[in-house]
Structure formats: C-alpha cells, structure tokens
Ligand binder design. Sequence first.
Ligand SMILES: C[S@@+](CC[C@H](N)C(=O)[O-])C[C@H]1O[C@@H](n2cnc3c(N)ncnc32)[C@H](O)[C@@H]1O
Length: 173
Amino acid sequence: MSVAADRRTRFDRAYYQRYYFDPHTAVASRSEMRARARLIAALVAHMGLPVRRILEAGCGTGMLRTELRRLLPRAHYVALESSEYLCRRYGYLHGRIEEYRARAPFDLLICYDVLQYLPGAAAERALANFGRLCRAGPGVLGAAWRATDALGPGDAGFTARVARAWGDRGPTE
Ligand SMILES: C[S@@+](CC[C@H](N)C(=O)[O-])C[C@H]1O[C@@H](n2cnc3c(N)ncnc32)[C@H](O)[C@@H]1O
C-alpha cells in the first residue's frame, strides 16, 4: 500500500475499515494482491523450492493468504499478526514479527508492507529473526527481497537497515 509509514499507526478496526474494507478508501485491491501471490508462487517454482511451511509475518486482512493457500495447497500456513482486532476476527496467531519463535523452520516467509511500521531497532530484530525462522537462512529471503525491492521505489533508510541486518553474509549467498 502507498500510505506513508507511520510508526504510531493503530491497527484497529477503523484502520482496516478505511484502508482495506471500504472500496472508496481502500489502498489495496484483491486483484493486485492475487497478482502478488502468483508472483511469489512463480518465484518459488522457478527456484525449485519445496514449500511445506509458510509464515506470513504481518498478514493483515489475509489477501495474500487466500490466494497462496489456493496456489500452494499442501503447505501449512501460519498467519502471524500483532493486531488484536484481526486476530479476534480471523483467528490468526497473535504475536510480533521481531519476537516470534517457532518449533520448526519455514520454507517460505512472507512479510509484505509491514517492516516500515516498526521502529528501526525492532525492524532490525525482525530481519534477524526472519533469518532464524527460515530453513534456508537469509539467502532465500535476500533473493526475494532484491526481487521485490526491484519492483517498487525503494526507501534508502529502509534498504540500509536491511543491509545492516544481514551484514556481511550478503542476502543472495
Ligand atoms: C499495512 S498492513 C499490511 C498487511 C498485509 N501484509 C498486506 O499486505 O495486506 C501492516 C500490518 O502489519 C501488522 N504489524 C505491524 N507491526 C507488526 C509486528 N511487529 N508484528 C506483527 N505484525 C505487525 C499490522 O497489524 C498490519 O496488519
């Protein structure tokens, strides 16, 4: 979505009503999110990555989730959210992307349009956590990051945070 990142955003009912559910003020459409999900599934297929476990970190109203579950029906999907409103409404796992720990690693981790809402240090902790949560470590994540970053206008500060979080390992290694 193109709403300016506001780290004090309250992710409550009014927020989702305005930016997702009301067709007059929504900033993301189902067709756009379906296309993104197809892009992710195509990238995974191109990489030959077997996907049994998916983590969507900050899954919002679930628009990617709906399509990805259709495209990758055999994968177990964990939808993680910090919004109490969404967790009550959709039954998501309630937690924060910078703190969440899992018993088993994930083959695919998706975090779309979330990190810019976190203060710098928390965003860096989230990125380091993603490296722990992914079976393939930061390599696959980095490849996906570069691919998605290339698709839209970057934010220089944010890109620098990503680079710092991955350090010398280099995201495509
Ligand atoms: C702009 S919405 C994007 C939602 C979804 N990824 C999408 O693209 O439709 C940002 C979402 O990130 C969630 N979020 C923000 N900070 C989070 C955190 N620390 N841990 C988990 N979710 C978080 C919010 O509750 C909100 O639903």
